[in-house]
Design a protein around this ligand. Sequence first.
Ligand code: ATP
Ligand code: MN
Length: 424
Amino acid sequence: MLNDRIKIKEAPSRVGDKVVIFGWVEDKRIVGGVAFLTVRDPTGVIQLTVKRDVNKDLFMKAGAIPRQSTIKAGGIVRKYGETYEIVPNFIHVLSIAKHPLPIDPTGRTDTSLHKLIQNRPLSLRIPAINAIFRLRALTKQVIREFFIEKGFIEVDTPKIIATATEGGANLFEVDYFGKPAYLAQSPQLYKEQLTMGFDGVFEIAQFYRAEKSHTRKHLTEFTSVDLEVAYADYNDVMKILEELIKYIFTEIPKRGAKELEILNYKPPQPPTEIPRITYNDAIDIIRRRGVDIKWGSDIDGEALDKLAEEYPGFYYIIDWPWDSKPFYIRRKGDLSESFDLMMGKLELSSGGTREHRYEHLRRNLKEKQLNVESFEYHTRFYKYGMPPHAGFGLGLDRLMTIITGRENIREVVLYPRDPETVAP
Ligand code: ATP
Ligand code: MN
């Protein structure tokens, strides 16, 4: 079937050749005795021109094809003013589109996000939406490339687990042959364990959080980019994350130039250096800007607005209060060796130095009021030479909103899951 196929973007280099294309009919006009079909594939768009005088049967056939039907056509490529056309000698309808369509796949009329998601496959025929998901694939490729180049090993941790990673909040329970099990909310404990045998591990995978958050930045199923590095502390992994951010925001504008042009959007410049603001300094800044915030509390809402006014780009908030962090983070007095990577008001990543000392880890569990014994399946490895290690989790979906300039996380996820939506 695909033998002599060209992608539509190749047409300009094939003027005068006989070619075959596959695609869908985006538009159709009949002007006088000429049928013009606008045919698109994921790479581009071209016009098929059929004159009644030249081929009456084909003219009649072309005129009768409903928009969005999928076709195969063959003919000679010609220059047509500033663009290109194919004068076909055959058109096969491979799959007919029934009307009315549930959305307008030309993107000319505004369709609600809800409807676009409900009709996701059809919405991929809208060039801007197609571009978003090509950029997403490219971003994953670029991230993999970066980690592999650094010598990190890609791993796969389980998504079905018997115990809660961080104490049980936000976990989806599933029925595992009559016993309760949970969907993993992060690869945290596994990726830490794996530093026993690898210098660095990474994973790009979906994780699950049963949060009833109705925001533009939370999903119940999200994709996390996780890294964990042996013999490293939080300064080391902040450096790696900074390099990764620079790499992404340098490579995507180059390799995704066509897609960004379709979106008519320029992602932020790669930062030269990502500033690090301590939690304590952040609190001072927020108070100086007139918002009363209690030491120890999370930075969100109006407090975060104020901080983002001072730091509109990428920045780190480091050294969070120990009380606000999970048990596996390394304690530093009242504080912890931890960081969040922010882009303005949006948290993109959290990370830190991990506690690798068995007794300290058990003490941390106790302080967080977790059952020390039920974590023994994990902590026991810390008795046998667990290296010091550090890492982070970076939200891919949130990152994609920054790369593509979208407001809502649902726009950059093919089949988003939120508290309202579990689609078939
Ligand atoms: P938030 O406070 O914004 O809810 P979090 O601090 O609970 O996020 P972490 O546990 O630190 O999230 O997870 C690491 C990263 O994973 C976050 O910085 C974010 O980018 C992403 N992430 C976490 N939860 C979600 C979610 N429900 N939907 C989308 N991305 C998420
Ligand atoms: Mn976080």
